[in-house]
Ligand binder design. Structure first.
Ligand code: G3P
Ligand code: CA
Length: 270
């Protein structure tokens, strides 16, 4: 178990749901994450051809469903006909493993995920990542903020009151969100730290840093630089106990993991 005094302040975020135990981005994975006690849920969102935001990581549905094609070329009705549980644990499967109710592994709209969170009976935060936002020239962010508005989540009084945050590798996407909804926290995701940001600065519109665990392993001092610059660090994707220990020791504010139950237990929050 992690021994650092700051361990209880670390938010545990279920990456694509409890995606080690259930197929990523399905109701099954998010329900498991909530039952496991995750503080927050991470999800990737894409626009369908008919303008719905769905929780799918890849550009195409080939890896995670029994269908084929790009999300952007398919309508919600096409996606609804697919099974997003087929692949899990059965890479060569021709038929779906039994996840119980088929609706648990059908395509998940962001709207349904927001309903799940609203009905969870406790505070569960959402970390929503805009995928390929440049392709849609602002439409992903516009639809996202419209939808959040319907759930009363688009205009929190302060960033601290917000139970939703928006993440992206695209600074432009975060800038759009920050301009339209200044109190929704934004997280700038990084696979590497560009030279102009090495002192802990973030691009305009970004409030929180989202470095990969590889950055943290190779440059642990970067977390201190972020903190000195007044920024929080949300690190992804942290699955190994040694990495959890490292992140806790550095005082990161959130750990994004496929294994929320194990990380909570390691942090002394079984
Ligand atoms: O939480 C951030 C992380 O999800 C970014 O990478 O590829 O898993 O979306 P990816
Ligand atoms: Ca993601």
């Amino acid at each position: 178990m992690v021994t650092q005094a700051r361990q209880n302040h670390i938010q545990v975020v279920a990456h694509r749901g409890a995606s080690e135990d259930a197929p990523e981005h399905t109701l099954a994975a998010y329900m498991k994450a909530i039952a496991d006690g995750a503080d927050a849920l991470e999800c990737d969102v894409r626009l369908t051809a008919d303008g719905h935001l769905v929780c799918v990581h890849d550009r195409r549905v080939n890896r995670t469903s029994n269908g084929r094609g790009a999300v952007s070329a398919l309508e919600l009705a096409d996606l609804t006909a697919l099974d997003f549980g087929t692949w899990k644990g059965r890479e060569d499967a021709t038929e779906s493993p039994d996840w119980g109710d088929p609706s648990l592994t059908s395509v998940l709209t962001l709207e349904r995920l927001l309903e799940l969170v609203a009905d969870s009976g406790r505070r569960v935060e959402l970390a929503i990542e805009t995928k390929h936002p440049t392709r849609w020239a602002g439409q992903v962010e516009e639809r996202l903020l419209q939808l959040l508005g319907r759930f009363g989540l688009a205009a929190p009084a302060t960033a601290e009151d917000s139970s939703v945050r928006v993440m992206s590798f695209s600074a432009r996407s975060l800038h759009r969100v920050a301009a339209a909804a200044p109190t929704i926290p934004t997280v700038y995701l990084m696979q590497f730290v560009s030279p102009r940001l090495r002192d802990g600065r973030l691009p305009a519109g970004a409030r929180i840093a989202g470095p990969s665990i590889r950055i943290v392993r190779n440059h642990p001092a970067y977390i201190e630089r972020l903190h000195r610059a007044g920024h929080r660090a949300h690190v992804w994707t942290v699955n190994e106990p040694a990495d959890v220990e490292l992140c806790a020791g550095l005082g990161v504010e959130a750990i994004i993991t496929n294994r929320p139950r194990q990380v909570l237990s390691q942090l002394g929050r079984p």
